[in-house]
Ligand binder design. Structure first.
Ligand code: GDP
Ligand code: ZN
Length: 462
C-alpha cells in the first residue's frame, strides 16, 4: 500500500456499489490528485458537498461515457481524510467498467480491498476498532449484528479499550515511580494491598469488555437455528409459516435423495436453517442411505445455536431426537408440538421434561398459525441470551485474542502483587504487556503486517 510507504501518496478509486446491475453505481476517488483526476472526466468540479450533474467523458477522446452526479468532499473532513470525489453513474456493468478504465487512464490507481478505510485510520479519522466495525456493519445479516457493529463504528468498543489502556499506563507509571512504596516509614503491605485492589478492579473492567466483545463476535458468526424432527412432523410447513409474516426468502436446496434437505430463512433477524432429518427414526429401522442422512443432520444440528425440535402433538420425540437436543445442555431447545388444529388443544408455552431436563414446549399449528408468535418471541429471547451479553460490540477474533492475552498478563500482575514481595518491576512489566495488547485493538500499537491482514479482508470500494 503506497499510503504507508515513504514519498508520494497514490490517488485511488473503486466502485463503492457491488458488481452487477442496479439503478445507480457509485465510484469513489480518494487522494491528493482526486480532484484533478476526476476533473479530467467531468470538467470543473462543483463546490464542496454540492451535487451537480455532469457528463463523464473519456479523458483522451472526449466521448461521453455516462452522465451523472459529481460530489466533492475536500480534505480533511472526508471519509478518508483526503480529498474525495464521488461519481454517481448508471448502474450497469459496462458503464462502471468504462468509468473505472477512464479513471485509471486519468492517473488513478484501483484501490485495494479496504484501502479507503485504511486511509481513514491512518489519517486519524477513526481507530482500528471503528474501521473493523465498518466491515462488520457491511457484513451484518441480523438486526442484532447490525446494532453491535454500529456500537463499534461509533467508537464505544475502542473507547472503553483505550480508557482501560490509559488506566493501566497510569498504574504502571505510579509503580515505576515507586509511589506505592515511597520509603521506610510507610509499611510496604499497605502499598501492596492497594496495588492488589487496583489490579482486581482493572481485571473486572477487562472482563466486562471481554464479555461484550465475545458476544459480538458470536453474533457476527451468524446464529443458526436447526429445525429437527421426524419426517412429516411439519418442519417445512412450520418454517414457511414462521417466515411468512417476515416476507423472508425461503430457499430450498434439496440434496441427493434422502440427504439432509436444507432450507434457510430469516426469523427475528436470525438465520434459520431447517434440517429435514429423514433419519431421526430408530437406527435399526433405517436403510444405509438414511443413516448417512441422519449422520449429516446430526453433524449439522450439532453446530446450531438453538434447536427447534418438532413433533406431532401427541408423539414422543424419540431417543434420537432427545439425544440430539441434550448433546449440549447449555443450548436452548424448544419442543414444538405441532398440528394442534386436529385435537383442538389451545396454543401456548409450557414446560416439559425432555431426557430428564425441563425444556420449554410450545403447542402450535403450522396450518392455522396458532402459537407461532410465542415461538418467534422464544427464538428472539433465547438467541440474544445465547450470544451472552447485553449490548455487545462487533469484534473479531484478533480482538478476542488480544483481550485474552491482556487478561493473562493482568492475572500474572495480580499474582505477583499478591505474593507479598514487592516485585514492582515484574508487575510493571506485566502491565506493560497488557497495555500493548489493548493498544493492538485500537491501533495505538500496530504494524504494517497487522494492517495488511485487517484491511485485506474488507471489500473493494470500502
Ligand atoms: P416435514 O416432513 O417435517 O417437513 O413435514 P411437512 O411440513 O412436510 O408436513 C407433513 C404433513 O403434515 C403435510 O401433509 C402437512 O400438510 C401436514 N401438516 C403440517 N403442519 C400441520 C398442522 O399444523 N396441522 C395439520 N393438520 N397438518 C399439518
Ligand atoms: Zn420438510
Amino acid at each position: 500500500h503506497a499510503q504507508r510507504g515513504e514519498g508520494r501518496v497514490d490517488s485511488i478509486f473503486a466502485a463503492a456499489t457491488p458488481p452487477g446491475r442496479g439503478g445507480v453505481a457509485v465510484i469513489r476517488l480518494s487522494g491528493p490528485e482526486a480532484r484533478a483526476i476526476a476533473g479530467r472526466l467531468t470538467g470543473a468540479l462543483p463546490p464542496p458537498r454540492q451535487a451537480q450533474l455532469r457528463a463523464f467523458r473519456d479523458p483522451a477522446g472526449g466521448e461521453v461515457l455516462d452522465r451523472g452526479i459529481v460530489l466533492l468532499f475536500p480534505a480533511p473532513a472526508s471519509y478518508t481524510g483526503e480529498d474525495v470525489v464521488e461519481l454517481q453513474g448508471h448502474g450497469g456493468p459496462a458503464v462502471v467498467r468504462s468509468l473505472l478504465d477512464a479513471l485509471r487512464r486519468a492517473g488513478g490507481r484501483l484501490a485495494q480491498p479496504g484501502e479507503f478505510t485504511e486511509r481513514a485510520f491512518l489519517n486519524g479519522r477513526m481507530d482500528l476498532s471503528q474501521a473493523e466495525g465498518v466491515a462488520a456493519l457491511i457484513e451484518a445479516d441480523s438486526e442484532a449484528a447490525r446494532r453491535a457493529a454500529m456500537r463499534s463504528v461509533e467508537g464505544a468498543f475502542g473507547q472503553r479499550v483505550a480508557e482501560l489502556g490509559a488506566a493501566l499506563a497510569d498504574r504502571r507509571a505510579r509503580l515505576e515511580a515507586g509511589l506505592d512504596f515511597p520509603d521506610e516509614e510507610e509499611p510496604a503491605e499497605a502499598g501492596q494491598a492497594a496495588l492488589a485492589d487496583d489490579l482486581d478492579r482493572l481485571r473486572e473492567q477487562l472482563g466486562e469488555i471481554r464479555a461484550r466483545a465475545g458476544a459480538g463476535w458470536r453474533l457476527s458468526q451468524g446464529q443458526r437455528v436447526a429445525l429437527v424432527g421426524p419426517p412429516n412432523a411439519g418442519k417445512s410447513s412450520l418454517l414457511n409459516a414462521l417466515t411468512e409474516s417476515e416476507a423472508a426468502i425461503v430457499a430450498a436446496t434439496p440434496g441427493t435423495t434422502r440427504d439432509v434437505i436444507r432450507e434457510t430463512a430469516r426469523v427475528a433477524g436470525q438465520a434459520l436453517e431447517l434440517l429435514d432429518t429423514a433419519g431421526l427414526r430408530p437406527a435399526a429401522e433405517q436403510e444405509e442411505v438414511e443413516r448417512e442422512g441422519a449422520r449429516r443432520a446430526r453433524a449439522s444440528a450439532e453446530g446450531a445455536d438453538a434447536l427447534l425440535l418438532v413433533v406431532e402433538e401427541g408423539a414422543a420425540p424419540g431417543p434420537e431426537a432427545e439425544e440430539m437436543a441434550l448433546s449440549r445442555p447449555e443450548r436452548p431447545v424448544l419442543l414444538i408440538r405441532n398440528k394442534i388444529d386436529r385435537s383442538g388443544r389451545p396454543p401456548g408455552l409450557g414446560e416439559e421434561p425432555l431426557g430428564g431436563r425441563p425444556v420449554t414446549a410450545a403447542a402450535v399449528s403450522a396450518h392455522t398459525g396458532a402459537g407461532l408468535e410465542a415461538v418467534r418471541e422464544w427464538l428472539e429471547a433465547s438467541l440474544q441470551a445465547a450470544a451472552g451479553a447485553e449490548e455487545p460490540w462487533a469484534a473479531r477474533e484478533r480482538h478476542l485474542e488480544a483481550l485474552a492475552d491482556a487478561e493473562q498478563a493482568l492475572g500474572e500482575a495480580r499474582r505477583l502483587a499478591g505474593d507479598g514481595e514487592a516485585l514492582e518491576d515484574l508487575v510493571a512489566d506485566a502491565l506493560r504487556r497488557a497495555q500493548q495488547r489493548l493498544g493492538a485493538i485500537t491501533g495505538a500499537v500496530s504494524s504494517e503486517d497487522l494492517l495488511d491482514r485487517i484491511f485485506s479482508s474488507f471489500c473493494i470500494g470500502k
